[in-house]
Design a protein around this ligand. Structure first.
Ligand SMILES: Nc1ncnc2c1ncn2[C@@H]1O[C@H](COP(=O)(O)OP(=O)(O)OP(=O)(O)O)[C@@H](O)[C@H]1O
Ligand SMILES: [Mg+2]
Length: 159
């Protein structure tokens, strides 16, 4: 049986100033679904990185294209797909290079950039990148209701 999902679709200009709109929308969807504060922060960071990549690499900051964001609110998961039809890339090669910043490396050895995909991968539960036509980054965060129940239990009444 297929699960019924509420779907939110956004089409934004591929401009840096619209990344915050995607971040706000994902935060709204996630908080409505009952994600914990930490999980909402994770989702916001991942969406920001995916949208920033679409703007800066897909369209090389030329501000000509559009980014599509599809948010599927399921019973147990929020799936967010960030899509652009601009320039694609070799995702499997980029994924092989994922690594955090080495805190012991000399400053002149630290490369700028290359953290976005690492963060997306670390913060979301499942990530699929498809590069057939433009780029589609599909990110899933599963919903653990523990956090919500903990918060709900904090509310008490006195007689
Ligand atoms: N949506 C995308 N469209 C086209 N190329 C992409 C996309 N996402 C990532 N890339 C490519 O993969 C590389 C790694 O992306 P990643 O986000 O990890 O680092 P970055 O964007 O270069 O730097 P940072 O995110 O740390 O500012 C990019 O430099 C770019 O070449
Ligand atoms: Mg990036």
């Amino acid at each position: 049986m297929t699960e019924t999902k509420d779907v939110i679709r956004l089409t934004l200009p591929a401009k840096p100033e619209f990344v915050s709109v995607a971040r706000l929308a994902s935060s709204g969807a996630a908080s409505r679904m009952g994600y914990s504060f930490d999980a909402i922060e994770d989702i916001k960071v991942a969406v920001s990185e995916a949208c920033t990549n679409a703007v800066s690499h897909g369209y090389k900051q030329m501000e000509t294209g559009q980014i599509k964001i599809v948010m599927e609110c399921g019973e147990n998961a929020l799936t967010i797909t960030v899509i652009h039809n601009g320039e694609s890339f070799d995702a499997s090669q980029a994924l092989q290079k994922l690594k955090p910043i080495d805190p012991y490396a000399d400053l002149d050895e630290v490369n700028e950039g290359g953290l976005g995909l690492f963060l997306i991968n670390a913060l979301m539960d499942q990530v699929t990148i498809s590069t057939e036509c433009g780029v589609a980054v599909r990110m899933i965060k599963f919903l653990s209701r523990d956090g919500v129940e903990r918060i709900a239990n904090k509310v008490s009444t006195t007689e």
